[in-house]
Design a protein around this ligand. Structure first.
Ligand code: BMA
Length: 314
C-alpha cells in the first residue's frame, strides 16, 4: 500500500480549450514554493502536427487550486529550443530558481533524439535568463535535476543518459548497458565532469528504463529523490530513493514497490496510456505534495505525510 493519496480534485489542471497553446494537453509540471505560493510550470501542447511544447505558469495558495495565465510563460526562443521546452523541473539553488528542461535535437514527431538538457535561470518567475545546453554533446540525456546545494563546492546534477552519441566516451567513463540515472559535478553549472552511475533499473516495474523525477529535497534522513520507472509494457510508475546528505553517490534506501502507479482513468487513458510521470515535489508543514503528469494529458497531485513516507521506504 502506497502512502501517497491522490487528491480528490484530480486532475488539477486540464487542457484549456480557450487558449491555442494549451488546448490539447498540459502535463509533467515542475513545482516549487515561492513567495508563500505554490508555483507550477507545466508543459503545454496546442497542436499535434509538430508537438512543440510551451510552458504555462499556474500559481496557488493551497497547492490544489491554481490560477493560470492567458499567455504561455515560456516559448521556444533559442535554436536548441526550437522543437519544444519539455518536462521542466524547478531547481531552487543559491537563491535562484534553475529550470532544467529537455531540449530536442530533432522534431518531437520524429522522437526528438538525441535529447539534451537546457538551463534557464530566474529569481522571480518574471525575468528569465537562458544559460544554454548543459549536458555534454557525447550524451543523449534528459530528466536532469540539480541538488539544492553544493557538495564540497561543486554543483551536482542527476540526469539520465540514454546512449552515447559518439562511439567512444572520451574521458574513459563507464557506460551502463541499461539507461540509468547518473550523477555529474560542475563548478559553474555549464561544464559537467566526473560522470558516474548512480542507479540502474532493479525491479520488474522499472525494467525498461528509469529517469529522474523532481529535484531532490533535503530531509533529516537524506536527500529524497523521486524517479520514474518504466516496465516492458511502457507503463510509467514512480519510485523513491534516499541519498546520503554529504555524499549523494550513496543510495541509502530504495522503494521496492512503486510509490504511485497508474490506476485512475485519467492515468490510464490520455495521449500516452498508463503514465504517472512525477516532476514536482514540495514539502510544506510536514506534507509532501507530489505533482505529476497523467497520461501525457493533465497535471495531478498526490500527497503524503513526510515522516510516514520516509518510514515506508526504509
Ligand atoms: C517519456 C518522456 C515524457 C513522457 C513519457 C510518457 O519518455 O517523453 O515526457 O511524459 O515518456 O510518454
Amino acid at each position: 500500500m502506497t502512502v501517497f493519496k491522490r487528491h480528490p480534485e484530480n486532475p488539477l489542471i486540464k487542457p484549456n480549450p480557450k487558449h491555442y497553446w494549451e488546448d490539447e494537453a498540459v502535463f509533467n509540471p515542475g513545482a516549487t514554493y515561492f513567495n508563500n505560493k505554490f508555483y507550477m510550470l507545466y508543459r503545454a501542447i496546442g497542436e499535434y502536427d509538430h508537438y512543440i511544447s510551451f510552458v504555462g505558469l499556474a500559481v496557488s495558495e493551497d497547492g490544489v487550486h491554481f490560477e493560470r495565465q492567458e499567455e504561455p510563460l515560456l516559448k521556444p526562443e533559442r535554436v536548441y529550443e526550437q522543437h519544444g521546452i519539455e518536462d521542466l523541473r524547478i531547481n531552487p539553488l543559491d537563491g535562484n530558481y534553475y529550470l532544467t528542461h529537455t531540449a530536442l535535437s530533432r522534431p518531437a514527431t520524429q522522437g526528438g533524439e538525441p535529447h539534451q538538457v537546457g538551463l534557464i535561470r530566474t529569481a522571480d518567475f518574471v525575468k528569465f535568463e537562458r544559460i544554454g545546453v548543459i549536458t555534454p554533446k557525447e550524451f543523449c540525456s534528459r530528466n536532469a535535476v540539480l541538488l539544492p546545494r553544493r557538495i564540497d563546492g561543486n554543483y551536482v546534477m542527476l540526469h539520465r543518459p540514454l546512449y552515447l552519441t559518439k562511439e567512444r566516451y572520451p574521458k574513459n567513463g563507464y557506460y551502463p548497458t541499461e539507461p540509468g540515472i547518473w550523477i555529474s559535478y560542475s563548478k559553474n553549472l555549464v561544464d559537467w565532469v566526473n560522470h558516474q552511475l548512480l542507479m540502474e533499473s532493479w525491479f520488474p516495474w522499472e525494467s525498461f528504463k528509469i529517469g529522474g523525477g523532481p529535484p531532490p529535497i533535503r530531509t533529516e534522513r537524506g536527500w529524497l529523490f523521486i524517479y520514474h520507472g518504466v516496465d516492458q509494457n511502457r507503463c510509467y510508475r514512480a519510485g523513491a530513493v534516499l541519498l546520503d546528505l554529504n555524499d549523494p553517490r550513496k543510495v541509502i534506501a530504495r522503494s521496492r514497490y512503486p510509490i504511485l502507479e497508474p490506476e485512475e482513468e485519467y492515468e490510464r487513458k490520455g495521449d500516452v496510456p498508463n503514465v504517472v510521470f512525477p516532476t514536482g515535489l514540495v514539502e510544506k508543514d510536514g506534507l509532501l505534495y507530489l505533482y505529476y503528469g497523467a497520461a501525457d494529458k493533465t497535471c495531478c497531485l498526490a500527497t503524503a505525510p513526510l515522516t510516514e513516507f520516509l518510514d515506508s521506504i526504509g
